[in-house]
Design a protein around this ligand. Sequence first.
Ligand code: PLP
Length: 392
Amino acid sequence: MRRVYFDHNATTPVDPEVLDAMLPYFSVEFGNASSIHAFGQQTRGAVERARQSVAALLGAQASEITFTSGGTESDNLAILGIVGELRGGEKKHVITTQIEHSAALSSCHALAKRGMDVTFLPIGRSGVIDPRDVRMAIRPTTVFITVMHANNEIGTLQPLEEIGRIAADADVWFHTDAVQSAGKIPVDVNRLGVDLLSLSAHKIYGPKGVGALYVRKGTHLEPVLYGGHHERDRRPGTENVPGIVGLGRAAEIAREKLSSDGERVSRLRDRFENGVLAAVADARVNGAGAPRVPNTSNIMFPGVASESLLIALDLKGLACSSGSACSSGAVTPSHVLTAVGLCAAEARSSLRFSLGRHTTDSDVDFALSVLPGEVARLRAISPETKRAPVVP
Ligand code: PLP
């Protein structure tokens, strides 16, 4: 049976070149990168080359890159680390948005529990924050702003350059979660004006369980884990050398292919979206009209439960994702979709399709050949949305 994968925002396959680069570091090149002897020096060299590759993708210096276990840890380290550094001071206020990934959102909730004041800025229907709202939210006690770059569910891009200027004017630290933008569109830490930036290898054809945090020179962070003196005392623990090497190679490939991949994928995404809108009555693209990453399309199909459509499409061979989360039997519509103004029923009728480097015209044709029929079939038999599944 043919299977087409339209869920690249959940994860991507490891590029064969990335895998080749990693393999020796599981066996032959096994030394601990902190060891003094030749075995250790070999792997230390590989870790430092990977650091340079990640830095080059972001327009940063190698010394500003800290390796972590992924996007979640990078977000935690940025948000809890910067505020931990200032504990006990006057600065007690943090600004974020309602559409952040749970890694950032939950870290901000953790800060609130520890007594910080946190402003969760609302986002309008456009899916893009108004920088003036950020400026107005700043108080004399504000210490930190965290606003994601590309939203993982609807793909909208936030105006980081303007927010970066606002943060700099107010002398406030600025972090962005660039897990869904780095490697898909140009990301330059100086142009964006960020002090901290999170990324993850498995979203850019690298391995799972490894990521990085860019920390601008002069930015002080308190670690969230305690142990040895690895990663400039920012992140203890023996380095995941194969993972780090994989992230480095993935970053190099992403940099080489940035503009060709971006143009190709956005053409395919637009063809897919236009095809769906032409074939499915009342379908609507969530976040359309706003600047978006090239690969993401979140579409609402009124009258259809996203859970049912997701399963029906999977049975036909098309893998995508729903924006709803389900915990202990209670169905909560996506916090992103409700934050951008969709009612619960609309949010529960929306699916995310995320294309990737290996998506072809034939994959788009396949998706367009199954989707309209399944929507029509489900509309005929199940007009109401009741439940929705877990999304990674
Ligand atoms: N931030 C965003 C925007 C994401 O999309 C994800 C993953 O879905 C993460 C953070 C978490 O990254 P990781 O899976 O590497 O922990």
